[in-house]
Ligand binder design. Structure first.
Ligand code: PHE
Length: 344
């Protein structure tokens, strides 16, 4: 039995030395030292020996077992260290290599303007209208009739409208003013809201006009609201948005849904008021339409014009952005050329 143990010790030592991976070593350990391993099968036979031999052989078996354990542990440390080194070498990353170029996304200039204007009006006590009051696919009824455009009146031609095939009288809205109607049907005064959104007009595209653009509608209805309130709010808006040094003017105008009506012009940024192609030689550029909500509009939504009055305004987002940053072609907003967009 002792010889057998010596043989095991020799063979096992050999195999341990030869093991070239952690897995090899694990197999050797299983073969000799596990419960079903060779050493254990000898220990099981000890019971057939005399007491004296049992003691001697048993002690020797333990010695062999301890030796092998120690060898395996030390070899294991070597192999593990070696394998780790290899792995680390393989997985090394050269952090000095240049990386792939990933351009950073930015908020679109029109969205920036909308956000900025919304913030200004929030500061003036307005809140943003729920978006369900301002659908882009709208009825002629809301977009025109409820806003006091007389049926078949040439005023409808002021805005060249896109008609759809969905149903007769279903259009792409030509202005955000329909949102006023939906707002006032759903909420009685006091009302103090703004509503940004897209509008569509069937126009030939040029540097000044696109057939999709953005407006921000504003509506304030309460008791004792006068034109002075309108002027105060819009002057304050222009002052915050452009800075106090930019000349502006109110000019009498006409919209079917406001009376009296006005347009606000800002001095042309391209020529500084001298007159150029951008401003058609006038030195001024129109940025918004406004006026006191027409009594007929209030009646249409069931608000008594004897008790309430209000004002509304609608501003062009593209125009306001172009004037602030001296952009001379509206199409730049829609081409998505990153050389343009990344400047904002
Ligand atoms: N909806 C008008 C337009 O698109 C602007 C406007 C809005 C005028 C509200 C008066 C009041 O031209």
């Amino acid at each position: 039995m002792k010889e057998k143990l010596e043989l095991i010790l020799n063979n096992a030592s050999d195999e341990i030395n030869k093991a070239s991976s952690v897995q090899d070593l694990e197999n050797v350990k299983l073969k000799y030292l596990s419960r079903k391993g060779e050493l254990n099968s000898i220990k099981k036979n000890l019971k057939d020996l005399s007491d004296e031999d049992k003691r001697i052989v048993g002690a020797f078996a333990n010695e062999v077992s301890n030796k092998l354990e120690a060898m395996i542990t030390s070899k294991g440390d070597d192999l593990y260290g070696h394998e780790l080194d290899e792995k680390l070498k393989k997985e090394t990353i050269d952090i000095t290599l240049p990386s792939d170029f990933r351009p950073q996304g930015k908020v679109h200039p029109l969205t920036q303007t909308v956000n900025e204007i919304v913030e200004i009006f929030q500061g003036l006590g307005f809140s943003v209208m729920p978006s369900e009051y301002s659908p882009e696919v709208e009825t002629e009824y809301i977009n025109f009739d409820m806003l006091n455009f007389p049926p078949n009146h040439p005023a409808k031609d002021m805005q060249d409208t896109f008609y759809t095939k969905v149903a007769p009288n279903v259009i792409l809205r030509s202005q955000t003013s329909g949102a006023q109607i939906r707002q006032m049907i759903n909420q009685k005064p006091p009302v103090r809201v703004i509503s940004p959104g897209r509008v569509y007009r069937c126009e030939s595209v040029s540097a000044r006009k696109n057939n999709l653009f953005h407006q921000i509608e504003g509506l304030l209805v309460d008791k004792d609201i006068t034109f002075a309130d309108l002027k105060g709010i819009l002057n304050e808006f222009v002052r915050i948005y452009f800075g106090s040094s930019r000349p502006t003017r109110f000019r009498a105008s006409y919209f079917p849904f406001t009376e009296p009506s006005a347009e606000v012009d800002v001095q042309c940024i391209m020529c500084g008021g001298k007159g150029c192609r951008t401003c058609s030689g006038t030195g001024w550029l129109e940025v918004l339409g406004a006026g006191m909500v027409h009594a007929n509009v209030l009646k249409n939504v069931g608000i008594d014009p004897e008790i309430y009055s209000g004002f509304a305004f609608g501003m062009g987002v593209e125009r306001l952005t172009m004037l602030k940053y001296a952009i001379n072609d509206i199409r730049l907003f829609f081409n998505n050329d990153t050389r343009f967009l990344k400047q904002f």
